[in-house]
Unconditional design. Structure first.
Length: 117
């Protein structure tokens, strides 16, 4: 698959999750879910930032990169698992690297290892 297609899939998934999360927030002025799309460097993130009462809240929900024609999932804070969603969209498992697993462990997953053969 083409890298541009992977970019579109990632943008679509992150935008859908942002919309869904934003609808669930009661105090949208003080709390928001943001998407970051860096198509030049191929870094993509879904973040939350704001206030919950008197507590500052900030964190990464999803972080994906595209490197060497593969989607690297750096962080996945979802229940569904973004790798499963990408596979359902037609991305081959060998083109998805679960980068949150240490390199040695990746060989035991059904997904890509990120190592050139």
């Amino acid at each position: 698959m083409a890298v541009e297609q992977y970019r579109q899939y990632i943008r679509q998934i992150l935008s859908e999750r942002r919309e869904r999360s934003s609808r669930q927030q009661r105090n949208a002025e003080e709390y928001e879910v943001q998407t970051i799309f860096d198509s030049e460097q191929d870094h993509y993130q879904l973040l939350y930032v704001g206030w919950r009462g008197n507590k500052r809240d900030f964190g990464c929900i999803l972080h994906l990169d595209i490197k060497d024609g593969k989607i690297w999932i750096q962080h996945d804070g979802t229940e569904e698992g973004i790798a499963n969603r990408l596979v359902s969209m037609g991305v081959p498992k060998q083109d998805i690297v679960l980068a949150f697993h240490e390199p040695y462990i990746r060989q035991f997953t059904d997904f890509g290892t990120g190592v050139s053969v």
